[in-house]
Design a protein around this ligand. Structure first.
Ligand code: PMP
Length: 395
């Protein structure tokens, strides 16, 4: 029985964290960007600051075509859908975007959701049920954990990106391996490392399992046409379910799942996070469709993104900072502990550089990080300034 006296006793730990963060002067969890100046700059505490942690990989949030598409949609379709597609009907943009994403991936089906978070909740909670087994990468995003939990399936974690650990789990499942779902991400969001998808596909085929890949951070970043890590490795036809988001490279909000399994269309009838929430606003759909067009027709954005990623990674490496294993648009600096992460984060802000402070329980392996994500829209000078700012802090 829970012995606590009040409903609110459980907030004691959060209150202590809040107090510590507030005492530092500027709380990294409550930053207000008073003015958004561009895809890469904003005003924070009255000062022009380089935004170095936005996930705005292609820098499309201020793209003229996207803004115009959103404006036109607001004028002709109004501000919102005011309901779920199942009860209130779809707008033609929802259907068109599903068709365009399916075409882009070369899959038979696509389902869109109001956010990337609900895409994971919506697909996993419908696809799995109590008695099913899931093998989940230990560093998977919270939405993947939450979707599994919502389904009631048995969840077995395997060590991050460790193919041997995954196979051990598959062997232990015995006959259940046959219908189990393996869940991984393409590029991981904190260290920018990628899943060993080729080995995972081999295992999935060997044991007759299914493979689900969250490419939230890989869309627009990897692959010859920007479809993600699966495309980069020539494997997208082998993946059962690819999930992604509109909130990073596409600069909007929303999520999707593509698949060749016909059952994806039946998920619509079984998915509470699809049925019981309002569908994406028409202007959001319009900007997303325009951004997808930009992503497809401007591969040079991806090239610029990688040039910027190289510049930042090699610049920070030269400072002997402790970085993730691979060069990628996500560059995270490992700090000694929470206190040095907070002090470093504040120091960077004072120098006009905004990064993401990532500490446990949100971080992999219990470490603390100052995470940067570069954008194709960052200039060489801005990246030089980010590197210079990091040279002033100690790790
Ligand atoms: N999956 C992963 C791997 C993510 O990193 C995120 C967002 N950080 C999501 C899903 C959720 O996406 P959204 O922000 O669109 O809800």
């Amino acid at each position: 029985m829970n012995e606590s006296k009040s409903l609110f006793d459980k907030f004691a730990a959060s209150a202590a964290v809040q107090k510590q963060l507030e005492a530092s002067g500027l709380d990294p969890t409550h930053v207000v960007i008073e003015e958004i100046l561009s895809a890469t700059e904003g005003k924070i505490q009255g000062k022009t600051t380089i935004l170095a942690g936005t996930n705005n990989y292609l820098g499309l949030t201020f793209n003229e075509q996207c803004i115009e598409a959103g404006r036109e949609s607001l004028r002709t379709q109004g501000t919102g859908t005011t309901g779920s597609r199942m009860a209130n009907g779809s707008f033609d943009g929802h259907v068109a975007l599903e068709r365009e994403l399916a075409e882009f991936y070369g899959t038979k089906h696509c389902m869109i959701f109001s956010t990337g978070y609900t895409a994971n909740l919506g697909i996993l909670s419908a696809l799995l049920e109590p008695g099913d087994a899931v093998l989940l990468d230990a560093d998977a995003h919270a939405s993947l954990y939450d979707g599994c939990r919502m389904s009631g399936a048995d969840v077995y974690r395997f060590k991050h990106n460790d193919v041997e650990a995954l196979e051990k789990r598959l062997r232990r499942l015995g006959a259940r391996a046959h219908r189990c779902l393996i869940i991984t991400e393409g590029m991981y969001s904190i260290l920018g490392d990628c899943a060993p998808l080729a080995e995972m596909v081999e295992l999935k085929e060997k044991y007759g399992a299914y493979l689900f890949v969250d490419e939230a951070h890989s869309l627009g970043v990897f692959g010859q046409t920007g479809r993600g890590v699966a495309e980069e490795l020539g494997l997208d036809e082998k993946i059962d379910f690819i999930v992604g988001t509109f909130s990073k490279s596409l600069g909007a909000t929303g999520g999707y799942c593509v698949s060749n399994h016909d059952e994806l269309n039946l998920v619509r009838y079984a998915s509470r996070p699809y049925i019981f929430t309002a569908s994406p606003s028409p202007s959001v759909i319009a900007t997303t469709r325009a951004a997808l067009k930009q992503l497809k027709s401007h591969p040079e954005l991806r090239e610029q993104l990688w040039a910027n990623a190289n510049q930042l990674y090699t610049g920070l490496k030269a400072l002997n900072l402790h970085l993730g294993p691979d060069i990628s648009p996500v560059v995270a600096v490992r700090m000694q502990d929470n206190e040095s992460a907070l002090a470093g984060w504040k120091n960077l802000i004072e120098q006009g550089v905004y990064t993401n402070m990532i500490v446990p329980p949100a971080s992999p392996d219990g470490s603390s990080f100052l995470r940067c994500s570069v954008s194709a829209a960052h200039t060489k000078e801005q990246i030089d300034k980010i590197i210079k700012a990091f040279s002033q802090i100690s790790g």
